[in-house]
Design a binder for this molecule. Sequence first.
Ligand code: FMN
Ligand SMILES: CCCCCCC(=O)C(=O)O
Length: 406
Amino acid sequence: MNALLDLAAQQLRADLATAPGRVRQRLSDEGRAARCRTIAELRAAAKRSVPRPIFDYADGAAWDEVTARRNISAFEDVTLHPKALTDVSEIDLRTSVLGGEIALPIIAAPTGLTGLQHPEGEMAIARAAHAAGTITTLSTMASCTIEEVAAASDGRRWFQLYVMSDRGLVDSLLARAAEHGYEALMLTVDVQVAGVRERDVRNGFSVPPRISLKTLAQGVTHPRWSAGFVAHPRMVPANLGWEGSATATLASAVNRSFDPTVTWDDLADLRSRWKGPVIVKGVMRADDALRCVEHGADAIVVSNHGGRQLDGAAAAIEALPAIADAVSGRAEVYLDSGIRRGTDIVKALALGARAVLIGRALMYGLGAAGEAGARRAFSILEAELRVALALAGYPRAAEIGRDAVS
Ligand SMILES: Cc1cc2nc3c(=O)[nH]c(=O)nc-3n(C[C@H](O)[C@H](O)[C@H](O)COP(=O)(O)O)c2cc1C
Ligand SMILES: CCCCCCC(=O)C(=O)O
């Protein structure tokens, strides 16, 4: 009995001695990130950590959010057929995109107003992507400037373009991106007009954010987020000269600035003016994918914008096989929309994607725990992908094919 009591006392003394370190760890971004074991847990942590309208902006989607849900459920409808008795002692996740190797087939998708989740915004995402050995894509609507993100990390970076009615602005964005080492131009073609995100409408989500009693209450109940926001308010897109402009809903600001007349001629024009690779994001049909190839696109992203634009559209993973078949190696094919698990990535690769892009997974990580959370999103998906490939019997991510799925 005495020996047992001694042992318990010893344990208690050891626990007390290390308590401050453990408390610090629990309170640090690293600690918060490490406690999340899945993307779903990062999402839950983000939901607790940032004001509800900010979480809803990232998490929400268009109208009834049918396509956003379908993006996820459609992965459940793809069945894996594991191959027996292959040596999976070494799992190789490397692949090459646009002539350069990346350590894993996961790329950071462009996301606008990322600095609302955390003041380091796209700089944190760029550093996390570089640490994971992959590429970041900076949005036209980014909270950080083209120059800030270039200075934040030496990793590979792409620039995502929304064509604005002010073509002088487009020219200057392209010139800045080229000057600061953004190697590829990604033209997003699925925001002809703003999708209607009803959560944003209900929340009165606006740029810059409107300060009201409700937003102040959200600030008080999320003190860690508020401290970051007050120290580095990133209220509007940083590259568009919107600083000082009057508060407007995001949708009306977008509809005022984006050019809805954009057609294939604009793709041809951009192709001739941008010296590096061109990627077209938001392609959901095989005939459009073929037209992208004919217009000289180097890559396409099969994407429905995470269900944030046309609700009722097919899931991206449903559209992928026909597009991959049509393109047939003449351009690289990537996929985004709905990636939450390593098995989703295995399925996308098997159905013809060379790599996937992740949007919300990184937003949740950033909201939950800043850069550490974004790194955690990459590491969760990487670890899941390794195990899933081993269990599927494919040691090399780049070699998985159609026979692995139905
Ligand atoms: C908060 C947020 C902002 C986004 N902003 C942009 C953007 O500025 N440009 C763009 O091409 N896509 C944007 N997207 C779409 C993503 O690039 C990507 O297509 C989508 O997030 C993929 O779906 P997932 O979130 O399920 O991974 C945004 C997505 C989110 C969640
Ligand atoms: C309501 C349209 C917003 C477009 C800009 C940011 C974006 O692409 C997204 O939120 O999604």
